[in-house]
Design a protein around this ligand. Structure first.
Ligand code: FAD
Ligand code: UDP
Length: 386
């Protein structure tokens, strides 16, 4: 008998498995229908020995000391600050838009003090900022919006920015200084030996069993367990009772190139041209030394594995219906990007899983104290926990 079945071996499932096993002595079975652990953060060495991220570039960044310290138990780190250039009007310029972006694009010599006024002359007043269009045009105006955000967003989401929640394009700030880092978090690192190695260490505990290539629906009635943690798509858990909750997918084109370095920065974005949104070169992130290099192109897609919740009012309303079902489902915890329909980064999912663990600690009595060495619960202890 397992105390917990955990569906999904990504950040949400693996953090919870680790906490439940190491802090409570609970017995945990983690299942994933993919053939590997790590969820979307999974990385692997390709046929040339280059470390690649199977589901596109994953860069770890956080402002939370607690989350960073927690993950540091399972990996050493390599300092890495991600930089991205966008190909616009035939030039490669920094994105997030900053002072150098404007000066290069318009052949100007503005200072940081002058740029706010330059933006203000072009900004379009918006009464209430609601959409992913509002959030950009209200700061920099229509022209820069169209060059950097409109095309990229239409490609990425299959929707116009005016149809998407403001939080999506608000992920990318507008700057007036020369900072060309993609993120400004206090902690920006890559796991030194890769994400998969970090997950292996997290799950390496005598109380944790892992089954890959296993859809939990095929074993949920066969493997006895007391409680469930579910990190897959929430609508799927409830058999799409209220209809499909939209998720956006991607197709990845992985290539190995016969050059030491292919790109000037870790990622190049294509907001105006190409079918793909961006291309990324892993050696910038991993620091790997190798005569060849590996890159990945991302092609947005309506079909395929679910990767992104699509944040817009009608989807939020549908999610609320599923969330109400989840709240009314005892003994099942819904955690992670797909199960809580949140556009969360890895650190946020880690934080959500750690917070869920605290809620479990507060509400589910520990089982292990009453367990014999053989792992069998003694009479009386199971009932209080089940
Ligand atoms: P997932 O990693 O999706 O794990 C869920 C797992 O559940 C999956 O492995 C799935 O196979 C499994 N599953 C689902 N249903 C079942 C079932 N029925 N039975 C068995 N298993 C099931 N975040 C960052 O912080 N920095 C980045 O640079 C970054 N880049 C990203 C780039 C891309 C292209 C994408 C798509 C995401 C990126 N992210 C990034 C976000 C990051 O991937 C997520 O925050 C994180 O991986 C989510 O973890 P999770 O455990 O919630 O979900
Ligand atoms: N975005 C854009 N142009 C860019 C970069 C981002 O329009 O050059 C918009 C786009 O809608 C994208 C969102 O901002 O989906 C968030 O970008 P981010 O780089 O955070 O996306 P992720 O890495 O999560 O795919």
């Amino acid at each position: 008998m397992f105390d917990w079945m955990i569906v999904g071996a990504g950040f949400a499932g693996s953090v919870l498995a680790e906490r439940l096993a190491s802090q409570r002595g609970d017995r945990v079975l983690v299942v994933d229908r993919r053939n590997h652990i790590g969820g979307n953060a999974f990385d692997r060495y390709n046929e040339h020995g280059l470390l690649v991220h199977q589901y596109g570039p994953h860069i770890f960044h956080t402002n939370s000391e607690r989350i960073f310290d927690y993950l540091s138990q399972f990996t050493e780190w390599r300092a890495y600050e991600h930089r991205v250039l966008a190909q616009v009007d035939g030039m490669l310029v920094p994105i997030p838009i900053n002072l150098d972006t404007v000066n290069k694009l318009y052949n100007l010599n503005l200072t940081s003090e002058e740029l706010p006024a330059w933006f203000a002359e072009r900004a379009e007043p918006v009464d209430i900022i609601k959409t992913s269009r509002d959030v950009v045009v209200s700061v920099v105006g229509v022209e820069l919006y169209e060059k950097f955000f409109q095309g990229y967003t239409r490609k990425q989401w299959g929707l116009d920015p005016s149809e998407l929640d403001k939080s999506i394009t608000a992920r990318v700030p507008i700057r007036t200084n020369r900072d060309d880092r993609y993120f400004t978090d206090s902690h920006q690192f890559m796991p030194r030996d890769g994400y998969t190695r970090m997950f292996e260490k997290m799950l390496d505990h005598p109380n944790i069993a892992v089954m890959t290539n296993t859809d939990y629906r095929t074993i949920r009635d066969l493997v006895p367990h007391r409680k469930l943690i579910y990190t897959g798509p929430i609508d799927e858990y409830f058999d799409h009772r209220y209809g499909k909750l939209p998720y956006r997918s991607l197709q990845f084109r992985h290539e190995t190139l016969d050059v030491e370095q292919a790109l000037p920065t870790g990622t190049i974005n294509y907001p105006m041209t190409e079918d793909y949104t961006r291309v990324s070169e892993y050696k910038h992130m991993t620091g790997q030394i190798h005569p060849k290099t590996a890159v990945t192109y991302e092609y947005p897609s309506a079909t395929g594995d679910p990767y992104y919740p699509i944040l817009r009012p009608e989807n939020a309303a549908l999610y609320k219906q599923y969330e109400a079902l989840a709240t009314a489902t005892p003994d099942v915890w819904f955690v992670g990007r797909l199960a809580t329909y949140r556009y969360y980064n890895m650190d946020q999912v880690t934080g959500q899983a750690l917070a869920t663990f605290e809620r479990i600690e507060a509400s589910v009595p520990r089982l292990a104290n009453g367990r014999s060495h053989a792992g069998v619960a003694l009479p009386g202890t199971v009932a209080s926990a089940a």
